[in-house]
Design a protein around this ligand. Structure first.
Ligand SMILES: [Zn+2]
Length: 282
């Protein structure tokens, strides 16, 4: 079976300042170093991935995104800034989506087909976002987490890839993987679930998905390999009264990062992975 590896390309430092203090700052260079590190690992394992890139990263580090595309990886978009969709009006969402999509398409000279919302913040019940994606030429979305978590997701969503019908056409939904037994579901295969949980949990999830002949849709962020907190960047971008909240936030966010590269290496050598585009016919 061939599975899909997806990577949300964002900089932890500026995305966290946006999340905690609602302020847009330039992405730090750490994102370049961590994408390069991931790329080395993927090349060693002969894996191509789908990279959902923020427009601000594509504009600040164009050579990096161009290189990914030239090496045969698929490039999708993750919005322009890392705003959860609830913080944007529909017209701001459309404008920022197009800004990101146009920036990436100009760089890579190919059409962008895929989209993932920051923090899986798409509301599945409201079709407006899907309609805008269709109108902007997006063929698939991978933002609906089929498990109800504290901040996102819904346990009612079909966990397998499926088409969503709207008034302006249809779009594919490719949900990040969960294990499911009817009404009981467990999140797996990505981000914090991959980083915090022991490796046997991921092995269990992969067996579960293969038994159901369902490709795993694994997601990760380049910053999950970044183990050093960037004091110099935060020294420049935080005021003294903002430090306590940032320090509190980084405790959980940096936990187990030192184990991610080894775990990922094991996963990529044990299973076959490719891009979402290669698994589907859009
Ligand atoms: Zn993200």
């Amino acid at each position: 079976m061939i599975h899909a590896l997806t990577i949300d390309v964002e900089d932890w430092s500026n995305a966290t300042i946006l999340l905690l203090f609602n302020r847009v700052e330039n992405p730090s260079r750490a994102v370049v170093l961590e994408v390069e590190r991931l790329l080395t690992l993927l090349t060693e394992c002969g894996v191509s991935a789908t990279w959902f890139v923020l427009g601000e990263i594509a504009e600040k580090y164009p050579a990096l995104i161009k290189k990914l595309s030239e090496l045969g990886h698929e490039i999708g978009v993750h919005g322009y800034y890392h705003y959860r969709l609830q913080l944007l009006t529909l017209s701001q969402f459309r404008e920022q989506l197009l800004q990101a999509k146009n920036a990436v398409e100009q760089l890579i000279g190919k059409a962008v087909l895929g989209y993932r919302a920051p923090a899986f913040s798409v509301n599945y019940e409201d079709k407006s976002i899907f309609e805008i994606l269709i109108e902007c030429g997006i063929k698939y979305d991978s933002s609906v987490f089929p498990f109800k978590g504290r901040r996102y997701g819904s346990s009612k969503v079909n966990p397998a890839p499926h088409k969503i019908k709207t008034a302006v056409g249809t779009i594919w939904e490719i949900p990040p993987s969960v294990m499911d037994w009817g009404l009981v579901r467990l999140p797996c295969c990505g981000g914090g679930y991959f980083r915090h949980f022991p490796l046997w949990y991921t092995k269990w999830a992969m067996r579960h998905l293969e038994k159901r002949e369902r490709a795993a849709i694994v997601y990760l962020h380049p910053y999950e390999l970044q183990t050093e907190f960037d004091d110099a960047y935060f020294g420049q971008h935080l005021s003294p009264d903002e430090w306590p909240l940032m320090k509190k936030n980084r405790v959980l966010q940096y936990r187990n990062r030192q184990k991610t590269a080894d775990k990922l290496g094991w996963l990529l050598k044990s299973y076959q992975f490719n891009t979402i585009r290669s698994l589907m016919s859009f």
